[in-house]
Write a protein that binds this ligand. Structure first.
Ligand SMILES: [Zn+2]
Length: 315
């Protein structure tokens, strides 16, 4: 059975027809009317109608950032879209003649990695998406773990530092403040302010007025000592979080996605080292694998479609 996956972001809506091997057969992309719920609904319906014309489609999966109920139906809250208690599944099913599920975007992307990407050889997996913030997904015993209310795996808001830096979620010391792309920029700026290895970071900031993620990424790839030191500090925080997650979930693999994961082994090495240093019962606990996500930009579309197809098969 072919299914449609739709990934709603703050700036664009991506959609595609996905087969049972996780391959996107046809894709579309339109701007996202993020501040207008009615226009959002119309845009998603138009994309589903366009993708499904002349095709045999069995189900539709929609991925979006936010808290979504465990019935995969109502979006309680979306940070980038003007949705509050939005019954999006009911609204879509009233307008298209297909079963629909709505899923958190990090969960959908993690599921795609589990089925077709870096997690495909394992039964238990944790993904951490290192973008502007930190997203998470948990697969336990071959199943996506959603929690009792549907809001599980908000791993970016795991507390790493008691009374640490304030976080956008209202708490303090969340891993997102120490392990995200935004945190990498903060650490790089601190490195540029201090005497020592931050000279290239400081020079670039001086020239452009501000340090960007692209600047830091470029210096990392060029082997600059300051940028690499910032990345190692980021990795050390993420590795500590992985040790704690290991104590709870005992995954066989941690998969890292998002823009910062483009650093590859340069990111994974400090993560692995800090994980080993902080792993409870070190030396007696089997050590997890660490991998970079493989599906990158398509993961949300592929994962949402796959979850919709499996849900429709089960009925
Ligand atoms: Zn937080």
């Amino acid at each position: 059975m072919h299914a449609i996956g739709i990934d709603i972001g703050g700036t664009k809506i991506a959609g595609g027809i996905v087969d049972e091997f996780g391959t996107i057969l046809r894709a579309e992309r339109v701007p996202s009317p993020a501040d207008d719920p009615r226009a959002m609904e119309d845009a998603v319906v138009a994309m589903i109608t366009s993708l499904s014309s002349g095709e045999q489609i069995g189900a539709v999966g929609v991925a979006a950032a936010g808290f979504i109920d465990s019935a995969q139906s109502t979006v309680y809250y979306a940070p980038n879209i003007n949705w509050r208690n939005e019954p999006f599944r009911t609204k879509l099913e009233a307008r298209i003649d297909l079963p629909v599920i709505v899923e958190n975007d990090a969960n959908a992307a993690g599921w795609a990695e589990f089925r077709y990407g870096a997690g495909r050889l394992y039964s238990d997996m944790v993904t951490l998406t290192i973008g502007t913030g930190v997203g998470g997904a948990i697969v336990a015993n071959d199943r996506l773990f959603r929690g009792g209310f549907g809001a599980a795996a908000e791993l970016g808001h795991l507390r790493l530092v008691p009374d640490g830096l304030p976080c956008g979620c209202g708490a303090r010391g969340c891993i997102e403040q120490y392990g995200s792309g935004r945190a990498l920029l903060r650490i790089a700026n601190e490195c540029a302010d201090a005497p020592g290895v931050g000279v290239a970071l400081a020079a670039r900031r001086e020239r452009n007025g501000v340090l960007t993620g692209a600047d830091v990424g470029h210096l990392i790839m060029a082997g600059d000592e300051g940028a690499l030191a910032a990345l190692r500090q980021l990795g050390a925080s993420l590795g500590q979080a992985c040790a704690s997650l290991g104590a709870v979930l005992d995954p066989q693999v941690f998969v890292f996605g998002g823009g910062v994961a483009a650093a590859g082994d340069l990111l994974l090495e400090p993560i692995r080292a800090a994980y080993r240093d902080h792993l409870p019962a070190r030396g007696y606990h089997p050590e997890a694998e660490f991998a970079i996500a493989e599906l990158v930009n398509d993961a949300g579309v592929v994962g949402a479609a796959d979850l919709a197809r499996l849900g429709a098969d089960a009925q």
